[in-house]
Design a protein around this ligand. Sequence first.
Ligand code: LER
Ligand code: MN
Length: 288
Amino acid sequence: MQNTTADNPALKLAVAIADTGAPPSAFVVWRGFEESMAKAARFGYQGVELALRRADDVHPDRLEQLLGEHRLEVSAISTGQLYGTDGLCLIHPDVDIRSAAHSALADLIRLAARFGRKVNIGRARGQAAGVGGAEPALQMLIDALRHLADIAAPLGVQLIIEPVNRYEVDLIHTLDEAADLLRAIDSPAVGMMADVFHMNIEDARIGRSIESAAPWLSYVHLADSNRLAPGWGHLDFGEVFQSLGKTGYRGWVTAEILPKPDPDAAARQAADFLRPIINDYNARWGGA
Ligand code: LER
Ligand code: MN
Protein backbone atom coordinates (compact mmCIF):
# COMPACT_ATOMS: atom_id res chain seq x y z
CA MET A 1 0.00 0.00 0.00
CA GLN A 2 1.33 3.43 -0.87
CA ASN A 3 2.24 5.71 2.04
CA THR A 4 0.26 8.90 2.30
CA THR A 5 1.66 12.33 3.07
CA ALA A 6 0.19 12.13 6.57
CA ASP A 7 1.89 8.89 7.58
CA ASN A 8 5.17 9.71 5.91
CA PRO A 9 5.70 13.47 6.14
CA ALA A 10 8.77 14.91 4.47
CA LEU A 11 9.37 17.29 7.38
CA LYS A 12 8.73 16.86 11.09
CA LEU A 13 8.91 19.68 13.63
CA ALA A 14 10.91 19.39 16.87
CA VAL A 15 11.92 21.75 19.65
CA ALA A 16 15.18 21.83 21.64
CA ILE A 17 14.88 21.12 25.37
CA ALA A 18 17.27 20.47 28.26
CA ASP A 19 17.41 19.40 31.87
CA THR A 20 16.58 21.85 34.68
CA GLY A 21 20.28 22.47 35.47
CA ALA A 22 21.27 23.44 31.92
CA PRO A 23 23.19 26.75 31.74
CA PRO A 24 21.93 29.76 29.72
CA SER A 25 24.37 28.80 26.94
CA ALA A 26 22.17 25.76 26.21
CA PHE A 27 20.00 27.35 23.52
CA VAL A 28 16.75 25.63 24.40
CA VAL A 29 13.17 26.75 24.82
CA TRP A 30 12.18 24.75 27.88
CA ARG A 31 14.13 23.22 30.74
CA GLY A 32 13.05 20.13 32.69
CA PHE A 33 12.37 17.05 30.57
CA GLU A 34 8.99 16.07 32.00
CA GLU A 35 7.33 19.50 31.73
CA SER A 36 9.08 20.25 28.43
CA MET A 37 7.77 17.11 26.76
CA ALA A 38 4.22 17.70 27.96
CA LYS A 39 4.37 21.23 26.57
CA ALA A 40 6.05 20.23 23.30
CA ALA A 41 3.22 17.78 22.60
CA ARG A 42 0.58 20.32 23.61
CA PHE A 43 2.08 22.99 21.33
CA GLY A 44 2.01 20.63 18.33
CA TYR A 45 5.64 19.51 18.07
CA GLN A 46 6.33 15.95 16.94
CA GLY A 47 9.79 15.69 18.41
CA VAL A 48 12.19 16.95 21.04
CA GLU A 49 15.91 17.49 20.63
CA LEU A 50 17.67 16.68 23.88
CA ALA A 51 20.52 19.04 24.80
CA LEU A 52 22.57 16.88 27.14
CA ARG A 53 25.69 17.32 29.21
CA ARG A 54 26.12 13.56 29.76
CA ALA A 55 24.22 10.44 28.71
CA ASP A 56 23.13 9.86 32.30
CA ASP A 57 21.23 13.19 32.33
CA VAL A 58 18.32 10.99 31.25
CA HIS A 59 16.99 7.69 32.49
CA PRO A 60 16.36 5.72 29.27
CA ASP A 61 13.31 3.78 30.43
CA ARG A 62 11.64 6.86 31.89
CA LEU A 63 12.43 8.75 28.69
CA GLU A 64 10.85 5.98 26.61
CA GLN A 65 7.76 6.14 28.83
CA LEU A 66 7.45 9.94 28.50
CA LEU A 67 7.90 9.81 24.74
CA GLY A 68 5.15 7.18 24.50
CA GLU A 69 2.84 9.14 26.80
CA HIS A 70 3.19 12.30 24.73
CA ARG A 71 3.56 10.60 21.31
CA LEU A 72 6.88 12.33 20.73
CA GLU A 73 10.13 11.19 19.15
CA VAL A 74 13.66 12.30 19.97
CA SER A 75 14.86 14.14 16.86
CA ALA A 76 18.53 14.28 17.90
CA ILE A 77 20.89 14.66 20.84
CA SER A 78 22.90 17.87 20.99
CA THR A 79 26.19 18.17 22.82
CA GLY A 80 27.13 21.85 23.19
CA GLN A 81 27.00 21.55 26.99
CA LEU A 82 30.01 19.23 27.01
CA TYR A 83 31.96 22.30 25.99
CA GLY A 84 29.76 25.04 27.45
CA THR A 85 29.61 23.51 30.93
CA ASP A 86 32.73 21.35 31.27
CA GLY A 87 35.10 22.59 28.57
CA LEU A 88 35.28 19.13 26.96
CA CYS A 89 36.04 19.08 23.24
CA LEU A 90 37.71 17.11 20.47
CA ILE A 91 40.27 19.76 19.48
CA HIS A 92 42.37 20.57 22.55
CA PRO A 93 46.07 20.49 23.46
CA ASP A 94 45.38 18.39 26.58
CA VAL A 95 44.92 14.71 25.74
CA ASP A 96 42.91 14.14 28.94
CA ILE A 97 40.33 16.72 27.84
CA ARG A 98 40.15 15.15 24.38
CA SER A 99 39.72 11.67 25.75
CA ALA A 100 37.06 12.79 28.28
CA ALA A 101 35.19 14.41 25.36
CA HIS A 102 35.57 11.24 23.32
CA SER A 103 34.20 9.07 26.06
CA ALA A 104 31.25 11.41 26.84
CA LEU A 105 30.40 11.51 23.12
CA ALA A 106 30.70 7.73 22.84
CA ASP A 107 28.14 7.41 25.67
CA LEU A 108 25.82 9.86 23.90
CA ILE A 109 26.19 7.88 20.66
CA ARG A 110 25.12 4.72 22.52
CA LEU A 111 22.12 6.59 23.94
CA ALA A 112 21.27 7.87 20.44
CA ALA A 113 21.16 4.27 19.18
CA ARG A 114 17.89 4.08 21.13
CA PHE A 115 16.81 7.73 20.89
CA GLY A 116 17.13 9.87 17.78
CA ARG A 117 20.08 8.24 15.95
CA LYS A 118 21.75 11.63 15.48
CA VAL A 119 24.38 13.30 17.67
CA ASN A 120 25.39 16.84 16.85
CA ILE A 121 28.96 18.13 17.02
CA GLY A 122 28.75 21.90 17.34
CA ARG A 123 30.83 23.69 19.97
CA ALA A 124 32.10 20.32 21.26
CA ARG A 125 34.54 20.24 18.35
CA GLY A 126 36.66 22.81 20.27
CA GLN A 127 38.82 25.67 19.07
CA ALA A 128 41.74 25.75 16.64
CA ALA A 129 43.62 28.56 18.42
CA GLY A 130 44.84 26.31 21.26
CA VAL A 131 46.43 23.72 18.97
CA GLY A 132 48.31 25.96 16.54
CA GLY A 133 45.69 26.87 13.95
CA ALA A 134 43.30 25.44 11.41
CA GLU A 135 45.51 22.79 9.82
CA PRO A 136 46.48 20.80 12.95
CA ALA A 137 43.00 21.42 14.38
CA LEU A 138 41.30 19.93 11.34
CA GLN A 139 43.58 16.90 11.44
CA MET A 140 42.81 16.39 15.15
CA LEU A 141 39.10 16.72 14.42
CA ILE A 142 39.20 14.32 11.47
CA ASP A 143 41.01 11.70 13.59
CA ALA A 144 38.54 12.09 16.46
CA LEU A 145 35.50 11.92 14.19
CA ARG A 146 36.82 8.81 12.45
CA HIS A 147 37.13 7.08 15.84
CA LEU A 148 33.64 8.17 16.86
CA ALA A 149 32.27 7.11 13.46
CA ASP A 150 33.60 3.60 14.15
CA ILE A 151 31.41 3.53 17.27
CA ALA A 152 28.41 5.20 15.61
CA ALA A 153 28.27 3.27 12.32
CA PRO A 154 27.43 -0.22 13.67
CA LEU A 155 24.80 1.34 15.94
CA GLY A 156 23.10 3.10 13.02
CA VAL A 157 23.89 6.51 14.53
CA GLN A 158 25.11 9.51 12.57
CA LEU A 159 27.30 12.33 13.87
CA ILE A 160 26.14 15.62 12.41
CA ILE A 161 28.67 18.43 12.13
CA GLU A 162 27.15 21.84 12.76
CA PRO A 163 28.74 24.89 11.16
CA VAL A 164 28.68 27.52 13.93
CA ASN A 165 29.29 31.27 13.65
CA ARG A 166 32.70 32.86 14.25
CA TYR A 167 31.71 34.40 17.59
CA GLU A 168 31.28 30.93 19.12
CA VAL A 169 33.92 28.77 17.39
CA ASP A 170 37.02 29.46 15.31
CA LEU A 171 36.69 26.79 12.62
CA ILE A 172 33.98 25.42 10.30
CA HIS A 173 31.65 28.38 10.04
CA THR A 174 29.99 27.66 6.69
CA LEU A 175 28.27 24.66 5.11
CA ASP A 176 30.97 24.63 2.40
CA GLU A 177 33.67 24.29 5.09
CA ALA A 178 31.76 21.43 6.70
CA ALA A 179 31.49 19.77 3.28
CA ASP A 180 35.29 19.90 2.90
CA LEU A 181 35.65 18.19 6.28
CA LEU A 182 33.12 15.52 5.33
CA ARG A 183 34.88 14.83 2.04
CA ALA A 184 38.06 14.19 4.05
CA ILE A 185 36.30 11.88 6.53
CA ASP A 186 34.26 10.11 3.85
CA SER A 187 31.98 8.12 6.15
CA PRO A 188 28.18 7.86 6.00
CA ALA A 189 28.26 7.88 9.82
CA VAL A 190 29.31 11.56 9.68
CA GLY A 191 26.96 14.07 8.07
CA MET A 192 26.07 17.71 8.36
CA MET A 193 23.35 19.82 9.88
CA ALA A 194 22.47 23.39 8.98
CA ASP A 195 21.53 26.04 11.55
CA VAL A 196 20.02 28.97 9.68
CA PHE A 197 20.88 31.36 12.54
CA HIS A 198 24.60 30.68 11.99
CA MET A 199 24.13 30.59 8.21
CA ASN A 200 22.63 34.09 8.31
CA ILE A 201 25.94 35.30 9.78
CA GLU A 202 28.39 33.16 7.79
CA ASP A 203 27.01 31.87 4.48
CA ALA A 204 26.93 34.26 1.53
CA ARG A 205 23.63 32.85 0.23
CA ILE A 206 21.54 30.62 2.47
CA GLY A 207 19.65 28.95 -0.38
CA ARG A 208 22.74 28.26 -2.46
CA SER A 209 24.60 26.79 0.52
CA ILE A 210 21.71 24.48 1.39
CA GLU A 211 21.55 23.29 -2.20
CA SER A 212 25.30 22.57 -2.41
CA ALA A 213 25.24 20.77 0.95
CA ALA A 214 22.42 18.46 -0.17
CA PRO A 215 24.49 15.24 -0.31
CA TRP A 216 25.42 15.60 3.38
CA LEU A 217 22.53 17.51 4.91
CA SER A 218 20.63 15.43 7.44
CA TYR A 219 19.24 17.80 10.07
CA VAL A 220 18.20 21.45 10.38
CA HIS A 221 18.05 24.02 13.21
CA LEU A 222 15.63 26.90 12.71
CA ALA A 223 15.79 30.28 14.42
CA ASP A 224 15.35 33.77 13.10
CA SER A 225 18.22 36.21 12.40
CA ASN A 226 18.22 37.34 16.07
CA ARG A 227 17.79 33.77 17.38
CA LEU A 228 14.22 34.53 18.34
CA ALA A 229 11.37 32.34 17.09
CA PRO A 230 10.95 32.28 13.29
CA GLY A 231 8.94 35.28 12.12
CA TRP A 232 10.38 37.61 14.78
CA GLY A 233 13.50 38.55 12.81
CA HIS A 234 14.41 39.26 9.18
CA LEU A 235 15.49 35.85 7.90
CA ASP A 236 13.89 34.75 4.63
CA PHE A 237 12.31 31.40 5.53
CA GLY A 238 10.76 31.25 2.04
CA GLU A 239 14.30 30.88 0.65
CA VAL A 240 15.21 28.28 3.30
CA PHE A 241 12.26 25.99 2.59
CA GLN A 242 12.37 26.49 -1.15
CA SER A 243 15.98 25.31 -1.18
CA LEU A 244 15.27 22.41 1.17
CA GLY A 245 12.48 21.37 -1.21
CA LYS A 246 14.76 21.62 -4.25
CA THR A 247 17.26 19.28 -2.60
CA GLY A 248 14.53 16.80 -1.61
CA TYR A 249 15.36 17.23 2.09
CA ARG A 250 13.32 14.94 4.33
CA GLY A 251 13.69 14.82 8.09
CA TRP A 252 13.60 17.04 11.15
CA VAL A 253 13.48 20.78 11.34
CA THR A 254 14.05 21.83 14.95
CA ALA A 255 13.34 25.15 16.63
CA GLU A 256 16.51 26.07 18.52
CA ILE A 257 15.56 29.52 19.73
CA LEU A 258 15.98 31.83 22.70
CA PRO A 259 13.23 31.46 25.30
CA LYS A 260 12.16 35.11 24.81
CA PRO A 261 10.01 36.97 25.67
CA ASP A 262 9.22 33.79 27.62
CA PRO A 263 9.55 30.09 26.77
CA ASP A 264 5.87 29.44 26.01
CA ALA A 265 5.47 32.50 23.80
CA ALA A 266 8.63 31.61 21.86
CA ALA A 267 7.58 27.97 21.38
CA ARG A 268 4.07 28.99 20.33
CA GLN A 269 5.35 31.53 17.80
CA ALA A 270 7.77 28.98 16.29
CA ALA A 271 5.03 26.34 15.96
CA ASP A 272 2.42 28.81 14.65
CA PHE A 273 4.85 30.25 12.09
CA LEU A 274 6.36 26.96 10.93
CA ARG A 275 3.36 24.62 10.92
CA PRO A 276 1.65 26.06 7.79
CA ILE A 277 4.98 26.16 5.93
CA ILE A 278 5.68 22.54 6.90
CA ASN A 279 2.17 21.47 5.93
CA ASP A 280 2.61 23.03 2.48
CA TYR A 281 6.03 21.40 2.13
CA ASN A 282 4.60 18.01 3.12
CA ALA A 283 1.64 18.34 0.77
CA ARG A 284 4.17 18.89 -1.99
CA TRP A 285 7.02 16.56 -1.03
CA GLY A 286 5.57 14.09 1.51
CA GLY A 287 4.33 10.53 1.02
CA ALA A 288 6.00 7.66 -0.84
C1 LER B 1 24.00 24.60 18.88
O1 LER B 1 23.11 23.90 18.09
C2 LER B 1 24.31 25.89 18.30
O2 LER B 1 23.67 26.32 17.40
C3 LER B 1 25.42 26.65 18.84
O3 LER B 1 25.20 28.00 18.69
C4 LER B 1 25.77 26.33 20.22
O4 LER B 1 26.48 25.14 20.27
MN1 MN C 1 22.23 25.08 16.35
